[in-house]
Design a binder for this molecule. Sequence first.
Ligand code: ADP
Ligand code: ASP
Ligand code: MG
Length: 453
Amino acid sequence: MKFGGTSVGDAGRLRAVRDLVQTALPRAPVVVLSAMSGVTNTLFDAARAAERGDEKAVRKCQRELVERHRRAAEELFGGELPERLAADLRERFDELRILLRGVSLLHELSPRSLDAITSMGERLSTQVFAHFAAADGLDVEFVDVRAVLRTDARFGAARPDEVALRKLAAEHLVPRVRPGRAIVTQGYIGATADGLTTTLGRGGSDYSAALLGAALGAEEVQIWTDVEGILTADPRLVPEAMPIAEISFAEAAELAAFGAKVLHPATIQPAVEASIPVTVRHTGRPQGAFTTIRAGVTSERPVTALAARGPVTVLTVDSSRMLAQSGFLARLFEVFGRLAVSVDLVSTAEVSVSLTVEPDAPIPALVDEISRFARVRVEEGRAIVAVVGEHMRRTPGLPERVFGALRELEVEMISMGANEINLSLVVRHDAMPRAMRLLHGQLFAAQRTGDRP
Ligand code: ADP
Ligand code: ASP
Ligand code: MG
């Protein structure tokens, strides 16, 4: 059971989590918590302020963090904190103060220090929750996930060592898991073989849950959040988006990769490999709708959902002379490989190749390298809109409906994923919300008026 930031955001929500965990006790739950909502952002702000040497801003962040956790804990305990919890929190905050002090003295923030600092949100939220749930009569055991979730040393985007993880889970988790008891542990963070703290990247708690679920052979991975499952689009962009009852691993992976923030993009892989269903549920409405993600869901719907991501940068590489020659694409992509830039969409024509990269890609270096053998044009401020569905390829007329819906907008690039379940378009970033609403209206209106179970 993984609970996201808003689900652990204040005392009231932590009580709801406690109740859900209690209900799940017969199934021997392992509870994976995120940091309280906003806390990871504040930790990043504090670290960057320390790097600039802005002591005032650092203190402000620290005060906010202390306040936030104290307030939640005091509310949960009705005033006075138990001495053990108060001591644990003091210890965490002292550690954070020392880390930030070190950064500000040196004006240097290495990825390794940043991970030590940003791991604190999950370390704090789990402490507060574990103490509260135990005081409230649940059989809970806190396990520091760093003893289990072994990663490499790519700080900020650490990759799990799944072999070590399984071994460590067998050693530290399996003997503790049993019906009637809940294990409480942190999402997002891990540790290297040397014991250095790492993080899995923003939103990584979902990934932690799937990794732990797979290592334990869990019967289900539950992602508890603030929406009733995966919806047909991000409800912040498309308020009329509807919950999806069942979705395939492939579709969910595609949606996550193309911007559906409801799941971290890497979440699906461990679950697929271990054939564990993943469900996405609303912490505030546990009896409401939810989504089950599993292998090979068959549904007749032509389109499952939309996702959008931006801003991205589009590079268009022109080479009237060379494109048709063998080796040109190899040469082009060698540049991206060497500069460690990942490419999302690619679309090729006779004399040009267009591709999208993240806005923080080293554009000047890419342009410099590519210009040695081709012309390259850069367009910033674009967005990718993805239409995802297993049955898309067998639905005649779908491209017409997609382009018809977007008639009034300029579509700059089109790419059909090789797995044929994702049709992606590039539009201007400021037109992305409108593109999503138009597409949703066109592709889901019929489903809304009734021909949907
Ligand atoms: P948590 O803190 O629980 O991990 P996130 O904010 O990371 O929650 O993810 C939940 C949010 O994802 C929702 O509030 C919603 O705005 C957003 N979201 C984006 N795309 C979708 C989608 N297709 N279905 C549901 N939610 C989506
Ligand atoms: N707390 C981390 C973040 O905000 C991880 C997570 O919530 O999944 O990115
Ligand atoms: Mg999340």
